[in-house]
Every structure is written in structure tokens, then in C-alpha cells.
Design a protein around this ligand. Structure first.
Ligand SMILES: [Ca+2]
Ligand SMILES: [Ca+2]
Length: 509
């Protein structure tokens, strides 16, 4: 049931919020040709897969409410542009994942325009409809808010209709009802179109846990079995990564059919840890979640991130502290799994809610009139005054950008660092919760990683069985360049240690 895709699983991925990344035609809106122009940049950074936020026609700026699943949003380009993007990415060994939003459509989608006309309309069954009495009878007129939806009253008025429609996120986004076989067939056609006719490499699956509403939620996991079967039949190599924004326990069953799911619990734990400057047994928690995931799929892919387009940017979480921004990257890029960088993290972009401001324009150069820089929104957090633009960072060995670039390169070259399938990690006890230590067992070359989360220098004691790991592969502490010189780490610094080569050679003889 689980195909071995290890050889082709991208090692480092990158989420692009299309509207903000790069503009190619001077209208201030990021577009597909802008992304094509930056493929060399992404390849040089070491990216092997791009998750594009939605590119289908949609009335909103974020485009998570689709009106046509077969077309490209005109603001972003044409189908020809998209095909050229795909070709260009593939030439550079970069996969393209589409953001597929099938929990809901826009109210302007032709299906809903039809459905709302009458109860007899054949598209009526594509959505959820109930009278006030039915809603009250089932006790579902209100819901508890969740991390991904603040909506309390999910039933919305259709003028002149005694039935209301269900829209979990917003009245402009009616939820689709997958009890409809006709709808399932439409979704299958859409999947085949993008995988086979166009040739994308996979999907990021929006709102995967909400596919069925709370009162029917057991069906949500089962739905993805159906969906994955279609994907597997259309293109066995295609990759799926689900947004299951919930506790690890609720996430685990989705591995039954999806290749990967995003690890939200880890993302928030990393953020808390960086803010507090203290470990919260994060490695033990990771081990426990791996054990849980394995029960549903021995080849689970843990999709890890610091933040995404729905969370405040990591740069702002750590209040713009460059050392902590680098520390965050050092942790993310040394943990097992498949990391997803959110565009701009690699230059230390800042951003706080409301949502548009965690999605501000990428800062390519210092030129205030640089036509590549999008300007659909006036940035409040990421400006040349607060964040060094990329052009300033590329030549600076101490920049956030070069930190990311070196770590990504190391991750891709060290087998212990890019354990994606069947990952192994063990905590290393250092006797101080301001320190985070872990060991990555590996037959080729095991590694030990140490981070000082605190803001003062800390001395530590390395456990006896790890005492031979003294060769420095990477360090942000200037006192440890090639070897671990003393058992001390400077504030917010990290070291990646391997067994010393001489010792390794003796041991092998
Ligand atoms: Ca444009
Ligand atoms: Ca739903």
C-alpha cells in the first residue's frame, strides 16, 4: 500500500505566497513569471520542492476560495506561464506542489451559483443545506472556535431560501459535501487534470481535517483514503501533504493515506521554546509522535516548519533578534523530516497578524523602486529599515541568508541530517533546560547537535557515550571552529558535531 518514494522525496521545501513573491509585469502583484525568474535563486538556496499558495481564479487576495479549478488566476498569469514554470522547475530538480482547496469553494463558483438557485438543482447536493429546525434539532447552530477558524455560527443565509448553507471559515466559502458521489467524480477529474494533463508533482491539501463537518468528522480521514487512491492511480509518484491543524493525536490517522502532514504541535513548541529560552522536552515529544505516526504509516513523512502563511512570522516571534532567527533555522534544519521554509524566512522577514501582514512583499533589493518587489500591500513589518534585503545579504557571510544556505547545503549532504523516512533521533541530556541537545544515529556518520537557547554562556557536560563526537561540522559559536574546544556554548549558538575522523578510523580497524 505504501510505495517507497524515498529516492524522490524532496529534502527541503519552500512555501511561496504567490501574490507577494516576485512581480514580472509591473502591476505590483506577484505572478508565475516572477517565480520563473527566481528559480535559479531557489535552486541555489537548495530548494527541492515549491508549495505554491492557490493559483486558481478567486475573488480574494489570498485565493483560498476558488471559482475555477481548471484555470490560472489572471492576476498570476496563464496556463502557458504555469507550464513554463513547471518545466523550468523540473529542469532544476524542483518539484511543484499545488495548494488544493476542496473543503470549500467560493460562493461565486458555478457549482454554488447553481446550488443556491433551488432545492431541485442538481448541484444542490454539492453543499450542506439545512433548515433552522434541522440545525437546532442537531444542536449544530454554533461551534467552538479552533486554531484555524474563529467562526462560531457556521450556517449562512441564502436570501429567499428556508435552508441555510454551511461555511466553516466564512460565508463566502461554502463547504463542499462529499456525501455527493457526483462531487467526488468532479474532484477526481480535477486531480487527474493537474497530475496527468498538466504534470504537477503533488498537492498541499488545505483544511484536510474539516472535509467533513464536526458532526460527521470520522468521515474526514476516510475521505483522504478515497482521494489518495485517485492520486495513486493517476500518478504513483505524486506527493501529498495535508494541513491537519490539530493536536498530534488527531493528526496521526491522516498518515494512513497521505504521505505527509504538517507538524503544527512542533511548530508552536519551537516558537514557545525560542521565546522562553528553555527546552520543553521537545525531542521526547518528537519520539512519541513518531511512534504514533508509525502505527498508521511506517513511511510517514513529518512535514516540519517554523511558521506558514497562517502564523506570525518567526522573525517577529523572536522580536527581530537576528541570533534567535538563526537559532530557529539551526533547529529546524537539523531535525528529522521534511522542512518547509516560508518564503522570506531565509532573509529574516518579519510579520504579525492581521493575515495580510504575515504575507508582505519579499525584499529582493535595496532599490525602493525595484520592479520585482510586489507592492499590492504597504508593508508594516518587513521594510528596508527593519530587514536587510536579499541583495545586501548574499555577499555577507554572517547574514541570515548565508546561514540558511549553508545549513541547507549541509542538510542535503549529511545523511544523518536528511532522515525523512524512518527517522531516528534521541535526546542528549546536558543538565540544563536552557540547552537543547539531540543525537541523530546513522550508519554512515552519526551526529550530535547542541543549541544554547538562553541569552548567556552556558557550560555543559557531554554524556560519556557521546564524548568522541568532537569534530565541528557547523558552528555559530566562534570559539568552536573545527573542534569542540571547551564544554561551553555562547548565547543562542549551535554546533553540529560528528565523530572525530582519526577516532573513527581507529575504531574501524
Ligand atoms: Ca504581476
Ligand atoms: Ca468541510
Amino acid at each position: 500500500m505504501f510505495a517507497d518514494k524515498s529516492a524522490s522525496i524532496p529534502k527541503v521545501c519552500y512555501e511561496i505566497f504567490v501574490r507577494s513573491f516576485c512581480d514580472s509585469n509591473g502591476d505590483g502583484i506577484g505572478d508565475l513569471n516572477g517565480i520563473i525568474a527566481k528559480l535559479d535563486y531557489l535552486a541555489d538556496l537548495g530548494i527541492e520542492a515549491i508549495w505554491l499558495t492557490p493559483i486558481h481564479p478567486s475573488p480574494s487576495y489570498h485565493k483560498y476560495d476558488v471559482t475555477d479549478y481548471y484555470a490560472i488566476e489572471p492576476e498570476y498569469g496563464t496556463m502557458d506561464d504555469f507550464r513554463r514554470l513547471l518545466t523550468g522547475a523540473h529542469e532544476r530538480g524542483i518539484a511543484i506542489y499545488l495548494d488544493l482547496i476542496i473543503n470549500h469553494t467560493s460562493t461565486l463558483h458555478p457549482w454554488f451559483r447553481e446550488a443556491r438557485k433551488s432545492k431541485e438543482n442538481p448541484y444542490r447536493q454539492f453543499y450542506w443545506w439545512m433548515t433552522e429546525e434541522q440545525i437546532d434539532h442537531l444542536g449544530i447552530s454554533e461551534r467552538e472556535t479552533s486554531d484555524d477558524s474563529q467562526i462560531v455560527y457556521p450556517w449562512h443565509e441564502n436570501p429567499g431560501d428556508d435552508e441555510k448553507y454551511y461555511g466553516l471559515f466564512y460565508k463566502g466559502m461554502p463547504d463542499l459535501n462529499f456525501h455527493s458521489e457526483a462531487l467526488r467524480e468532479e474532484i477526481a477529474k480535477i486531480v487527474r487534470f493537474w497530475l496527468n494533463d498538466v504534470g504537477v508533482d503533488g498537492f498541499r491539501l488545505d483544511a484536510a481535517r474539516h472535509i467533513y463537518p464536526a458532526w460527521d468528522n470520522a468521515e474526514s480521514v476516510t475521505f483522504w483514503d478515497f482521494f489518495s487512491k485517485i492520486v495513486g492511480e493517476a500518478k504513483p509518484s505524486a506527493f501529498t501533504v495535508g494541513e491537519v491543524w490539530a493536536d498530534t493525536e488527531e493528526v496521526a490517522p491522516y498518515f494512513r493515506s497521505l504521505n505527509a502532514t504538517f507538524h503544527f504541535d512542533l511548530s508552536f513548541a519551537l516558537q514557545r521554546m525560542l521565546v522562553a529560552g528553555r527546552d520543553e522536552q521537545i525531542i521526547d515529544k518528537l519520539q512519541a509522535s513518531f511512534q504514533l505516526f508509525r502505527q498508521f504509516n511506517p513511511l510517514f513523512v513529518n512535514a516540519i516548519m517554523l511558521t506558514n502563511h497562517d502564523q506570525e512570522r518567526i522573525g517577529s516571534v523572536v522580536e527581530g533578534n537576528i541570533e534567535k532567527i538563526k537559532l530557529a533555522a539551526s533547529i529546524l534544519l537539523t531535525l528529522p523530516g521534511q522542512p518547509y521554509l516560508y518564503y522570506g524566512e531565509e532573509i529574516g522577514m518579519l510579520g504579525q497578524k492581521p493575515d495580510p501582514h504575515i504575507r508582505e512583499p519579499f525584499l529582493w533589493t535595496t532599490d525602493p523602486d525595484d520592479p520585482q518587489v510586489t507592492n499590492w500591500i504597504a508593508p508594516e513589518f518587513t521594510t528596508p529599515k527593519t530587514v536587510a534585503p536579499l541583495s545586501q545579504q548574499t555577499g555577507d557571510p554572517a547574514s541570515v541568508f548565508n546561514h540558511y544556505r549553508s545549513l541547507i547545503s549541509l542538510r542535503k549532504n549529511e545523511p544523518a541530517l536528511h532522515q525523512i523516512l524512518a527517522p531516528h533521533i534521541q535526546p542528549v541530556q546536558l543538565g540544563d533546560d536552557r540547552l537543547l541537545g539531540y543525537f541523530l544515529p546513522h550508519a554512515t556518520r552519526p551526529l550530535m547537535i547542541l543549541h544554547n537557547l538562553g541569552d548567556s554562556e552556558i557550560a555543559f557536560q557531554i554524556p560519556e557515550d557521546k564524548s568522541l563526537l568532537t569534530e565541528v561540522l557547523f558552528s555559530t559559536d566562534p570559539s568552536h571552529i573545527t573542534r569542540l574546544t571547551a564544554n561551553r556554548l555562547s548565547p543562542h549558538s549551535s554546533v553540529i558535531l560528528a565523530p572525530e575522523r582519526n577516532v573513527q578510523r581507529v575504531a574501524e580497524q
